[in-house]
Design a protein around this ligand. Structure first.
Ligand SMILES: Cc1cc2nc3c(=O)[nH]c(=O)nc-3n(C[C@H](O)[C@H](O)[C@H](O)COP(=O)(O)OP(=O)(O)OC[C@H]3O[C@@H](n4cnc5c(N)ncnc54)[C@H](O)[C@@H]3O)c2cc1C
Length: 391
């Protein structure tokens, strides 16, 4: 039986970020082991994500986490270089554009006030200004748009995750390919984890960064985590349409599209009644044909003719209470820290959450961003910290 100070379950963006921040934290002197069931990382949300970062949220903490995420990505070479080589995450700082019809205008404006209070570089555009800036877009049904002028865009998610991992390993973190089957809890403390190869690892602190596997892990410690796996499909298409200055566009319907290479990525969340808990990776092609494509063609007439080149399905770890992260220890267990329920915005939060976890482990409290609003208390009191801008 092995004894480790901190065991992290899940080695994708969040687990590897936590490992990196712990290992680089001057006041933390312990050992760190990351247990990851699949070193190919083929099926984790991190690899399958749309890999975008925005500051346009309705919850202040989400805005602050993404602001830190942008800073981190912009200076990634200072943080994650190994032997003088920096990860190339290919950050495209092209902005998000949230579009609103008459019905959505008040919410757009209210979010705008929250964002401006936190110095988000965002501007509201009238339909006339939208037409001027994006002549390829149909604005007839629009009342306004909210455009991020800096700090927002998209990147290579795999490279970010790999960068965290590589740097963490260079700082002494150990990675082991193994599935955690169960957690042994005694009273207020986790004592060990049992692995699929029959071995057991004792730990002083356990971090749950298992994405859609997080609920099962929590359950084995007697904790109910309100996180479900919800399938989200992403389609990559090409079109002969010319769309200069195209940002990540969020249509009032909820459909999104953005440039990717010589084409575009797009997606949409299914209607609530067609969005059950789901673990398979089958692409819902009818979602593109029957729902997405008509919406895209209505917004960009040039998208009347498109060709789908590739498509995949991944899973959001959806917090069913309020679509926001659940961070930190459960009040009944002192040494089991959670970072789950990202609900589709965890990649951009991975730097801030990794840093936050390293502070909780080292100091028992937050030292930079105070993220206590994302703690368990609201979950146990059924007091949602609702994020309105879920894409
Ligand atoms: C289609 C799609 C689009 C998205 N778009 C964006 C976006 O544009 N911007 C954004 O910020 N976020 C986006 N997200 C969300 C984002 O990808 C996730 O929130 C983020 O990647 C979560 O990272 P994670 O490390 O917590 O989880 P994951 O990436 O899911 O990693 C969890 C890891 O834990 C491992 N694991 C699970 N159980 C066990 C176990 N018992 N033992 C050992 N290992 C285990 C898994 O193998 C996996 O590698 C999107 C997600 C999807 C699916």
């Amino acid at each position: 039986m092995k004894q480790v100070d901190v065991v992290i379950v899940g080695g994708a963006a969040v687990g590897s970020s936590a490992a990196y921040f712990l290992a680089s934290q001057a006041d933390f002197k312990g050992s760190v082991l990351v247990l990851e069931k699949d070193f190919s990382f083929e099926k984790c949300a991190t690899t399958l994500s749309a890999a975008s970062i925005r500051h346009q949220f309705s919850t202040p903490g989400n805005i602050e986490m993404s602001q830190f995420g942008t800073q981190f990505i912009q200076h990634i070479g200072e943080h994650l270089s190994v032997a003088g080589e920096a990860p190339d995450v290919g950050f495209h700082e092209e902005g998000y554009l949230f579009l609103a019809s008459d019905a959505g205008r008040a919410i757009l404006e209210s979010n705008h006030r929250v964002q401006r209070n936190l110095n988000v570089d965002v501007t509201l555009l009238s339909p006339a200004r939208l037409r001027e800036r994006y002549p390829w877009m149909n604005t007839n049904d629009l009342s306004a748009g909210s455009l991020g002028l800096s700090g927002e865009g998209w990147l290579d998610a795999y490279s970010l995750m790999h960068g965290f991992r590589r740097k963490a390993i260079s700082l002494g973190v150990q990675y082991r390919q193994a599935q955690v089957l169960s957690v042994k809890r005694q009273g207020r403390r986790i004592q060990s984890v049992s692995l699929s190869d029959g071995s057991t690892v004792n730990c002083s602190v356990l971090i749950n960064a298992a994405g859609t596997g997080a609920r099962t892990l929590a359950q084995s410690a007697g904790i109910t985590l309100p996180v479900e796996s919800r399938k989200r499909c992403v389609f990559h298409f090409t079109s002969s349409a010319q769309t200069p200055r195209c940002p990540m566009v969020i249509d009032p319907s909820g459909a999104y599209f953005r440039p990717e290479g010589k084409g575009y990525l797009c997606g949409i969340s299914p209607a609530q009644e067609q969005d059950p808990e789901c673990f398979d990776f089958e692409v819902q092609h009818t979602l593109f044909d029957e729902v997405l494509w008509p919406l895209l063609a209505a917004r960009v007439p040039g998208f009347e003719a498109v060709r789908v080149k590739n498509a995949w399905a991944g899973h959001y770890d959806m917090n069913t209470l309020d679509h926001n992260l659940i961070l930190g220890a459960h009040p009944e267990v002192d040494n089991f820290l959670f970072a789950n329920g990202f609900s589709g915005h965890g990649l951009q939060q991975s730097p801030a959450v990794g840093r936050a976890l390293s502070e909780l482990v080292t100091y028992g409290d937050y030292r930079t961003l105070n993220l206590s609003a994302f703690g368990w208390q609201r979950i146990l009191e059924n007091r949602p910290l609702l994020e309105i801008n879920v894409v």
